[in-house]
Ligand binder design. Sequence first.
Ligand code: SF4
Ligand code: SF4
Length: 421
Amino acid sequence: MSKVHNWQIGREMNYPYPKAFPRRQFAFVFNINRCIACQSCTMACKSTWTFSKGQEHMWWANVETKPYGGYPQFWDAKILDLMEKANPGNQQWSGKPSDDKQKPYDQFDGKTIFEAQNLLTPDSARVLGYLPTDEEWNLPNIFEDNPVGKRGVRNEIDKEGTTLPEHKTWFFYLARICNHCSYPACLAACPRKAIYKRPEDGIVLIDQKECRGYRKCVEACPYKKTMYRGNTRVSEKCVACYPRVEGKDPESGGQPMETRCMAACIGQIRMQGLVKMNNDGSWAEDRYNPLYYMVHVAKVALPLYPEFGTEPNGYYIPPRWVPRDYLKQMFGPGVDDAIERYSYPDRELLAVLQLFRRSNRIIFRYEIKEGPKIYEATLRGRKITMYNDTVIAYGQNGNEIFRTQVEEPVHVRPNKHANSI
Ligand code: SF4
Ligand code: SF4
């Protein structure tokens, strides 16, 4: 057991495992506003890592339609329900967003999955969790595109349902992979110590030779991102495409490259990076790292269910049209401010948002060169101004990876290629 500081919940917390922090941390930002559920990410992962016999039900990367969809089914409703049972009526946040860079919003006063001791049984002594049934792992995109309709009814469309700031008929796509958490529940729960977090990049892996298939990790991970394989009798999980992150992919030229699911993203919602860490597990200040900027400076990207307590390293720009109560349960109390900043982006944020998916190399730093004013308008009563700034992305070795502009350039194909691909 160790005492750790979990910055996402703004306080100290008990973690049932010795604390150890990596030098860099694998992290990512998904902009939900742009996901179209094309499932290219899902298939990129499947065709790389889980295409073998015994892995048919495994989707390390998946995209589910909220609020009804889930893989495994009802994973979030089930763990939230257990947490509520452990601490009835008290799963609350106490404060408002703060200006402190390491503290996007105030404290979570409820119990995390590591603190719900009253509900832990001798069988699952370290972490509050549950084992999904075999049926719950079926149908990974069940309820795809099913909206919440009038009075909360599934599939019943409200006629006045599409006006911002909140649609009365709504759904959204939640893309998910393992969060390579700072305090992984899977790792803490493994009686074999078969799970480890790599000191160089914080990627969480299962040692296949050590695992005996007890499935304690499957039970403990609140995001249900470890999965049991029946024919080998061991558990498996997302490996964060570590050979690519290490720069060992033949295409990478020795430079760190983003994972397959990130690189395949058609909607350009995904950006992955390796953020610098302090010795105490907090993110080291790195002002011009795009992930650091979006998470700690602009605070447009928020962790998924921070109240679970694992300090997930996946961050989401929340969807603008979804009722705020639902989003606050999912992303914590920073939601209103994040949506406000995303809806009326300042000059720097607009430039940084252009960095998504222009390359499959990991961006370590960006620089903005100012351009001319190109647009001015009043949007829902607020004035917005756009500048055609150029944003330049640099890799680990400091070399430029690419540069792009806020106003997307138009390329006209020469006639002779008009009908060719
Ligand atoms: S998301 Fe689950 S499987 Fe991944 S590191 Fe966190 S606890 Fe472990
Ligand atoms: S590839 Fe991108 S846009 Fe398509 S489903 Fe995945 S996250 Fe969404």
